[in-house]
Design a protein. Structure first.
Length: 197
């Protein structure tokens, strides 16, 4: 069961604001294009200390030197474990605690990992909206232009936009169902909010 619901979106609506759509990102474990680079690094970070640990426990040697080497390699082993496998589970966990919404006024991203975090974009001033659609109709909607750096930061700093700390990022509705339908709802909402000067 998802920790956030439509009711949570209703609690943050502005006066006269109505929900046009709400949905969730898919929570399956997924590889992204940038993982092609990260995965080999993770395996290297993971395997070197792993074989070192095997050597420590199977060969007789100085106890204190072995203990020091064991402790010294814990951070390297942990980084490798995270880069190789752990980040897929953490990414899925973050997506499970996220809900998206399109209202008459805003694009809303709501997440509750440790505390409730709200991020929204005004429909009236919304710039470039891009879409990436799979054969099954699911996909991602990007609210801005995607660059190599933004792609990296989306994956590592801004996975499902939850950190909002630093670095370039492109807010997005990641891995949603019926992506074309949602895109059309946003496009229609933009037309209705277009500012005449």
């Amino acid at each position: 069961m998802r920790p956030l619901s439509k009711k949570d979106i209703e609690n943050i609506l502005l006066p006269e604001e109505k929900i046009l759509w709400h949905g969730y990102p898919d929570i399956k474990l997924m590889m992204r294009p940038f993982d092609v680079i990260n995965f080999p690094f993770g395996i290297a970070f993971f395997s070197v200390p792993f074989f070192f640990y095997v050597d420590i426990f199977t060969s007789p040697g100085d106890f204190w030197a072995s203990l020091f080497a064991f402790i010294f390699n814990i951070p390297i082993f942990s980084i490798g474990l995270y880069l190789s496998f752990g980040r897929f589970f953490i990414d899925s966990y973050k997506r499970n605690k996220t809900i998206y919404a399109v209202t008459t006024n805003r694009i809303i991203f709501l997440s509750k990992i440790t505390k409730l975090k709200l991020f929204s974009l005004s429909i009236a001033t919304l710039g470039v909206v891009g879409i990436s659609e799979k054969k099954d109709g699911s996909g991602t909607i990007l609210f801005g232009a995607k660059t190599y750096l933004s792609s990296y930061f989306n994956r590592h700093k801004m996975a499902v936009w939850t950190s909002l700390n630093s670095g370039p990022f492109v807010p997005s509705f990641e891995f949603i169902d019926d992506v074309r339908k949602v895109y059309n709802i946003i496009d229609e909402a933009k037309k209705n909010k277009r500012i005449v000067i």
